[in-house]
Design a protein. Structure first.
Length: 463
């Protein structure tokens, strides 16, 4: 999403990403529709009707399918906990008029509702049946704004919450419910969730992992990752913790057994053992310095394909590093690794880094511009835009496309174009027009590239 001060445009862009929105009364948090968040929609035509009737209505995002951590007030003690803030800030987040924060996460597997001060005093969560006020909404005491990059990913691309958030929300009652579903003893499950001493750790790990896998409605990759991360967090409570490699072996064994129980067939583990174990990340990393202008870096690991492209600012900030790795490689770096990044890991990687030649004209921006020019100039003619957002030339309009569709194709290329890089290229080319036709019976929003925009890209490439 690009920065905007227009409520209807913001609501339409949220909907375009896959979020469901609805209007609030002007200057307030109160729903302007009869059924509140139950009326939330992703239909741009309905959104335009709502805000056409009340242009200054505030914007709400329904949190069904999300898990939002809502920190109330600028003086909240959680905001002074640097480690917790580092773990939360991998997600998109806003500042509220009171100085609080809203952190938007993907909802983990299971059933999640709204809570009040369960995580900590004045720290609430919003999930199914809830909503949050979103930028650019304004109250009498100020407005909402993005402190992170503005929201530009779909709900399913949001990160999962940190393990301490899950642990703080899933208490004894929830554990007992899981145990009841699986026919086990609730007290035993609650007991092992607090960690065990040496001699019983492997058996406890098998039970802990097994109960959670059995409680999942389906064994999707996201659900398996969620249980894996929960097991990693639980292991820190053992006295002493199991070796990470040993925990990975237990997880793999129990996962295979659970697949076989459900299907009667042998399992194929969808995650690499090192992704499950979460062992020493440093020994698996390799850094390349790209001699470009400005200088960039490539971070390699067996945990993802290709490499993650980093700027100098990304390299110096654990928070930015975590966001880039999550966005480009779909891999969440552990908090312990991030804490050690600047003091131990980065110096080692930098000292051992190799230098590589810069792409083409020595400027990364030209590589991105070339990708964008090729995507837009090689499109074909149609009477109306493509529903999936791929670039097509529409008579009397221009080349229509959806930003996310074009970016996803570029991100899968060998150059691993980042979202931020494409945003800069689009802005440099002056692509700022919007086209909102009905496609397949639904009102949709597309960006428009004109002949002048293409000429500007050509000028950039010709130097």
């Amino acid at each position: 999403m690009t920065a905007t001060v227009n409520a209807v445009d913001a609501a339409a862009e949220y909907a375009d990403l896959g979020f469901r929105v609805f209007p609030l009364k002007p200057g307030a948090k109160v729903p302007a529709t009869k059924n509140g968040c139950k009326d939330a929609t992703g239909d741009v035509e309905q959104i335009e009707r709502w805000w056409g009737h009340t242009p200054d209505a505030n914007v709400a995002i329904a949190t069904a399918g999300l898990l939002v951590v809502d920190i109330d007030g600028a003086d909240n003690s959680l905001l002074r906990n640097a480690d917790r803030m580092l773990e939360l800030s991998v997600a998109p987040y806003t500042q509220t008029p009171s100085g609080g924060r809203h952190y938007l996460f993907q909802q983990p597997p299971g059933t999640w509702g709204n809570t009040t001060s369960k995580l900590a005093p004045k720290v609430d969560t919003r999930a199914d049946g809830g909503y949050i006020v979103a930028p650019p909404s304004v109250l009498t005491n100020g407005g909402y704004k993005w402190l992170s990059d503005p929201l530009d990913v779909s709900p399913e691309r949001l990160p999962l919450p940190p393990q301490w958030v899950i642990d703080g929300l899933v208490g004894d009652a929830e554990l007992a419910e899981i145990a009841a579903i699986n026919g086990s003893d609730a007290r035993d499950l609650v007991d092992i969730s607090q960690g065990v001493v040496e001699g019983g750790r492997n058996d406890a790990a098998a039970r802990y992992i097994g109960e959670r896998l059995r409680g999942l409605p389906e064994l999707s990759d996201a659900a398996v990752r969620f249980v894996r991360d929960a097991a990693t967090g639980w292991n820190t409570r053992n006295r002493p913790p199991l070796d990470e490699g040993e925990l990975g072996k237990v997880f793999e064994s129990i996962y295979r057994r659970e697949i076989q129980r459900r299907t009667g067939e042998a399992a194929v583990l969808p995650l690499k053992p090192e992704q499950i174990a979460r062992g020493d990340e440093r020994g698996d990393l390799r850094l390349e310095i790209v001699d470009s202008d400005p200088r960039t870096f490539r971070l390699h690991s067996s945990r993802w394909e290709g490499y993650v492209v980093l700027s100098e600012d990304d390299l110096m900030s654990p928070t930015r590093l975590a966001k880039r790795v999550l966005g480009q490689a779909d891999y969440m770096l552990p908090s312990l690794f991030l804490k050690q990044w600047k003091s131990a890991t980065l110096p080692q990687l930098y000292n051992a880094a190799s230098h590589v030649a810069a792409p083409r004209e020595m400027k990364r921006s030209l590589v991105v511009a070339e990708h964008l020019y090729n995507a837009l100039s090689q499109c074909f003619d149609r009477d109306e835009p493509m529903k999936d957002g791929r670039p097509v030339r529409v008579a009397d309009v221009g080349i229509t496309f959806k930003f996310n569709t074009v970016w996803e194709d570029m991100h899968l290329s060998a150059d691993k174009i980042t979202r931020a890089e494409l945003i800069k290229a689009v802005e440099a080319a002056g692509i700022d027009q919007e086209y909102r036709p009905r496609v397949g019976g639904k009102r949709m929003s597309f960006k428009v590239c004109t002949t002048e925009n293409l000429a500007k890209l050509e000028e950039m490439l010709d130097g």
